[in-house]
Write a protein that binds this ligand. Structure first.
Ligand SMILES: [Zn+2]
Length: 496
């Protein structure tokens, strides 16, 4: 969650889609119906690139950016479309993801770097995304995408779009803030298999071991099996079925290994590990972080406890906690800044016209002025829902924290939602100082190590043992191997 940016702007390239045409697919050589010329493709990518840099931000490490971009350019030069204005960047997001925009704009999150095991896997991810661009999947998916995305809806649960984005246009800027809306293109299974194959081919052509593609797919498959995954939207929502794709890419890898000098192919595990030491892991504390069931924000100086076992997801515009089945959720948003309007008035303005059984009352929550609003309305994906939202004034801002619960479950969940609402509190200076970012470090496994023991020693279980195993290319039930250097997560330096 972060304060709205005054520079926020809503960009739409939809106008470029009005001109339809026919183009040659650079990979297959076949003719296909396309809604875009290459010039339009590049211009859409360029506009969206601006939006991504602004909304997600680039990860602040010139050395790491240079490393990834250099590798990307070497692969792109060997691809089917070497002349696109290729750009490669690491965005400052903890989600495990990589994505490509039309025109050759490619992004890796810092989150995915923690899960790659060596340079061949990094080449595999970059080659895969380059493949989506060269085979024009990005163009095709872009023309299918619509603005009606989950994130857009979530961003507007309590705060109408116009007020949630006082500096941008309604809707689109909010979608971009949550999950980049239409830019998070979803590909079909055939496109994924083709991109995996192209990724292996480009990797091998560049001198990297093509099995890096299979290696990174295995890791991403393990992440999808792990139940407590966080950080959506991620690779899994945009790149389906990674585990099954390991088998699909195997024949391509085997064919490439027949023609290449296998001994000269680069894997470079130790070089890769050295590059990612110190890279931030998990949420940026500046935007608030989840610690267990608690969400704390050191800049806005507040803390909230969400119901036990609910999954917390943070984004620039909204913090969402959802029941594991996604059938009920709570959201926390900034409702007003720098205004002294009465809380009751703000709550009344935010209540949708179709709300039923509306009631409200003044309250004090941990010493803070509050107004609690309850009503019922029909909500997409849930049906008849009970909504309870508290408007809380803290440090000159008004926050709204509330639950959206199926009416049928309300009696059972009412207490959990109420106690979460009543947990909103200001943080002391000591608490603010205790909120530290996590980062990647290296550790050499010794005989008898288990993932549990390493997770404990590394910093009081900052990440679960299973996550540590998966980050290091193992299934959670495969023990670490003595003498091997591993990635671990440690506490970094205080913020600011
Ligand atoms: Zn993909």
């Amino acid at each position: 969650m972060r304060l709205p940016s005054r520079a926020g702007r809503a960009t739409t390239a939809a106008a470029a889609l009005l001109l339809a045409g026919c183009a040659t697919n650079p990979v297959t050589g076949g003719r296909e119906f396309s809604l875009m010329t290459e010039g339009q493709e590049v211009s859409i990518g360029r506009d969206a690139d601006e939006q991504i840099r602004e909304q997600m931000g680039l990860y602040d490490s010139p050395a790491l950016q240079g490393y990834v971009a250099d590798l990307g350019h070497r692969l792109a030069a060997l691809s089917h479309r070497p002349n696109l204005p290729w750009q490669f960047a690491v965005v400052d997001s903890p989600a495990v993801n990589a994505f490509a925009l039309p025109g050759g704009y490619i992004y890796l999150t810092r989150g995915i770097l923690a899960y790659l095991g060596d340079e061949a896997e990094l080449a595999g991810v970059l080659g895969h995304e380059i493949g989506h661009v060269t085979a024009r999947h990005s163009v095709q998916a872009y023309t299918r995408a619509t603005g009606a995305q989950f994130g857009l809806l979530l961003g507007q649960i309590f705060v109408p779009a116009m007020r949630a984005n006082p500096y941008g246009g309604p809707g689109l800027a909010d979608a971009a803030g949550y999950g980049l809306g239409v830019l998070m293109l979803r590909f079909g299974r055939d496109d994924e298999i083709q991109a995996d194959r192209l990724g292996a081919e480009y990797s091998a052509a560049g001198g990297w071991h093509p099995a890096g593609v299979a290696g990174m797919l295995s890791t991403l498959g393990r992440i999808s099996e792990q139940s407590d995954r966080r950080g959506v939207p991620n690779w899994l929502s945009t790149h389906p079925e990674p585990a099954a794709r390991v088998g699909d890419v195997a024949p391509t890898v085997a064919r490439l290994l027949e023609t290449a000098e296998a001994s000269t192919l680069r894997v470079d595990r130790s070089g890769y590990l050295e590059r990612i030491v110190g890279v931030r892991f998990g949420d940026n504390p500046e935007e608030g972080i989840a610690r267990g069931r608690e969400f704390v924000h050191p800049v806005l100086r507040f803390g909230v406890e969400f119901p036990r076992g609910w999954e917390i997801r943070n984004s620039p515009t909204v913090v969402v906690a959802s029941r594991p089945d996604r059938g009920a959720y709570m959201a926390l948003q900034l409702a007003e800044e720098g205004q002294s309007a009465a809380l009751q008035e703000i709550a009344r303005r935010d209540t949708p016209r179709d709300a039923r059984n509306v009631s409200g009352s003044a309250a004090t929550i941990n010493g803070l002025e509050a107004h609690i609003r309850s009503y019922q309305r029909d909500v997409d994906d849930i049906g008849p829902a009970a909504v309870r939202a508290a408007y809380v004034r803290h440090d000159g801002r008004v926050y709204v924290l509330g639950g959206v619960i199926p009416v049928a479950d309300f009696t059972r969940l009412e207490r959990a939602v109420d106690s979460s609402i009543r947990s909103f509190r200001g943080l002391t200076a000591e608490e603010v100082e205790s909120i530290l970012p996590n980062e990647i470090a290296l550790y050499e496994a010794v005989a008898g190590d288990t993932w549990e023991r390493i997770a404990q020693q590394a910093g009081g279980e900052l990440v679960p043992a299973a996550t540590l195993a998966i980050m290091n290319g193992h299934a959670p039930d495969e023990p670490p191997v003595a003498g091997v250097r591993l990635k671990i997560v440690v506490q970094g330096q205080p913020v600011g």
